[in-house]
Write a protein that binds this ligand. Structure first.
Ligand SMILES: Cc1cc2nc3c(=O)[nH]c(=O)nc-3n(C[C@H](O)[C@H](O)[C@H](O)COP(=O)(O)OP(=O)(O)OC[C@H]3O[C@@H](n4cnc5c(N)ncnc54)[C@H](O)[C@@H]3O)c2cc1C
Length: 419
C-alpha cells in the first residue's frame, strides 16, 4: 500500500473562508509559498454571511481589487434600522462617515471568495486544494506543529511546513486536534433563514430588524428578494414547530406588513435553514507552529454582520506581522520564530472582545428581551434621543474597532510585472 502524498511549503492555510482566503492571497502576493486546503469542492454555501463592510472594501482597494469587486453582482446598503411599534429607527447610517466606501456591499460569499482565491492563484507561490479536508496536525519530535494531515480527492496527504494557520471556522478540526477549547461567551442563538420575493413597490429598507410580539425578524434587501432571518433563543425553534406554519406566517405578516400578501411563498417550515449561532473565543490563539484566526479563534454570531469583516481583519493583521519572518525562513532555512505568533492576538484581541461584547449585548438586551420577556427592547430608542450614538455605531459596524491596512509589499518580481 502506498503512503500519503508528501507536500512541502512555507505556510499551510486550512480553510477557504474569508480569513483563510484573504491570508492566502496576502502571503502569496508577497512571495510566501502557501498551500491552502478547503474541504468543500466549491464555495457554494448559502447564509454564511454575504456582508462586505467598508473596512473590507478599503482592504480590497489597497490590494487593487475594489473595481473587480464592484463588477460582481451586489447591492449597496447604507443604513441599518430597527422597526419597533411601526416606527423605524436608523441605528447606523454609513453615509455619515467620511470614508472612501460609505456603504455595506452584499455579495454572494462564493463570488467574494472566488475573487480572492482567483487573485491568489495568479501568484506562483500559491496552491489551493479544494475538496481537501485537514484531519489533524503533524508534529516534530519536540512536539511543535510541523504540518497537516489531510484527505483529498487523491487520498491522504501530508503538508509539511514552517507554519500552519487554522482558519477552519467555528467547528475547527485543528483546534480539536490540539485540544484547544474556546470559551463560550453568552448564550447561543437559533437563526432561521428564508427568502421572500421583493417587489418594486416595497419600501427601501436596506437592512432592517423588526421586533414585536415576542418575535425578531430581519429583512435585507437583496434586489429581487428579501433575505429574511428569524432570530430566537437557543432551542426556541421547537416552539415555532409546535405552533406551526400558519402561526409563523401570521407573525411575519404582523411584523413586516408589506410582505403580508406573500407569506404563502414560504410553503413549509422545512424550507427554513436553521443554524446555531454562537460567540466563543480561545484564550490562546497559537501553539508552537500553529496559529488560529477568524472564527477558529473567536466564533461570531450574525449580529451586525461583524464576522466576515473581523475574519478579514485578522488575516491582514497576521500577514502584516508574519510575512517578513516567514520570508526569512523560506529564503534562509532558519526555523520560524514562534514568538512572533503572539503578536497577532495582541493586535486583534481588543477589537475582538469589543465586537463580541456588542454582539452579546444586542442578544441580551435586544433578542432575549423581545423573545423571553415579550417586551420591546429599550436600546434602539437611545439612537433617537442621543444623536452621536448613530455616528458611533456607523463607525463601529462599518470600520470595526481597529481597522487594519495592508502593510505588506508585493514580491519584487510581481512589482516588475505590474510596471
Ligand atoms: C447563521 C450565521 C449567519 C451569519 N451571518 C453573517 C453575516 O451576515 N455577516 C457576517 O459578517 N458574519 C456572519 N456570520 C459570521 C460569519 O459567518 C463568520 O464570522 C465568518 O464566516 C468567519 O470566517 P472564517 O473564514 O473564519 O470561517 P468560515 O467562514 O467558517 O470558513 C471556514 C472555512 O474552512 C473550511 N473548513 C472547515 N473545516 C475544514 C477542514 N478540516 N479542512 C479544510 N477546510 C475546512 C470550511 O468549509 C470553510 O470554507 C454568521 C454566522 C452564522 C452562524
Amino acid at each position: 500500500m502506498s503512503g500519503p502524498t508528501i507536500r512541502r511549503t512555507t505556510v499551510c492555510v486550512v480553510g477557504g473562508g474569508p480569513a483563510g482566503a484573504m491570508l492566502g492571497l496576502l502571503l502569496a502576493r508577497s512571495g510566501v509559498a502557501v498551500v491552502a486546503l478547503e474541504k468543500h469542492d466549491d464555495f457554494h454555501r448559502d447564509f454564511r454571511g454575504d456582508t462586505v463592510h467598508p473596512a473590507t472594501l478599503q482592504v480590497l482597494d489597497e490590494l487593487g481589487l475594489v473595481d473587480r469587486f464592484h463588477e460582481l453582482p451586489h447591492q449597496k446598503v447604507t443604513t441599518i434600522g430597527v422597526v419597533q411599534e411601526g416606527r423605524r429607527i436608523d441605528i447606523a447610517d454609513f453615509s455619515r462617515l467620511r470614508i472612501a466606501y460609505p456603504y455595506m456591499a452584499f455579495v454572494p460569499q462564493w463570488d467574494f471568495l472566488d475573487l480572492i482565491t482567483g487573485e491568489a492563484a495568479r501568484h506562483p507561490t500559491y496552491r489551493l486544494s479544494m475538496g481537501t479536508e485537514a484531519v489533524g496536525v503533524l508534529r516534530s519530535a519536540d512536539g511543535r506543529v510541523s504540518g497537516v494531515r489531510a484527505r483529498g480527492p487523491d487520498g491522504e496527504t501530508e503538508v509539511h511546513c514552517a507554519l500552519v494557520v487554522a482558519a477552519d471556522g467555528r467547528h475547527s478540526a485543528l483546534r480539536a486536534d490540539v485540544g484547544a477549547r474556546p470559551r463560550l461567551i453568552g448564550r447561543s442563538l437559533d437563526v432561521a433563514f428564508f427568502r421572500i420575493s421583493r417587489r418594486s413597490t416595497d419600501p427601501d429598507e436596506g437592512i432592517c430588524v423588526r421586533v414585536g410580539n415576542g418575535k425578531v425578524f430581519g429583512a435585507t434587501d437583496r434586489g429581487s428578494y428579501w433575505q429574511m432571518s428569524y432570530e430566537t433563543v437557543r432551542g426556541g425553534f421547537a416552539r415555532v414547530r409546535r405552533e406551526g406554519l400558519d402561526a409563523f406566517r401570521a407573525d411575519l405578516a404582523a411584523l413586516v406588513p408589506f410582505l403580508a400578501d406573500r407569506v404563502h411563498e414560504l410553503r413549509s417550515l422545512d424550507e427554513l435553514s436553521i443554524l446555531e449561532a454562537r460567540i466563543d473565543r480561545l484564550d490562546r490563539w497559537h501553539r508552537p507552529g500553529l496559529l488560529f484566526i477568524g472564527d477558529a479563534a473567536h466564533a461570531m454570531s450574525p449580529v451586525a454582520g461583524f464576522g466576515v469583516n473581523l475574519a478579514v481583519q485578522d488575516a491582514v493583521a497576521a500577514a502584516n506581522a508574519l510575512t517578513a519572518p516567514l520570508l526569512r525562513t523560506q529564503r534562509t532555512g532558519v526555523p520560524f520564530d514562534d514568538t512572533r505568533l503572539a503578536a497577532v492576538r495582541r493586535r486583534r484581541l481588543l477589537a475582538t472582545v469589543l465586537s463580541q461584547g456588542l454582539q452579546r449585548g444586542t442578544q441580551r438586551f435586544g433578542i432575549d428581551t423581545t423573545v423571553k420577556e415579550a417586551r420591546q427592547p429599550p436600546a434602539p430608542r437611545l439612537f433617537e434621543r442621543f444623536g452621536p450614538a448613530q455616528l458611533l455605531m456607523s463607525r463601529v459596524i462599518g470600520l470595526g474597532f481597529r481597522p487594519e491596512h495592508v502593510r505588506t509589499p508585493p514580491a519584487p518580481d510581481q512589482e516588475k510585472d505590474a510596471s
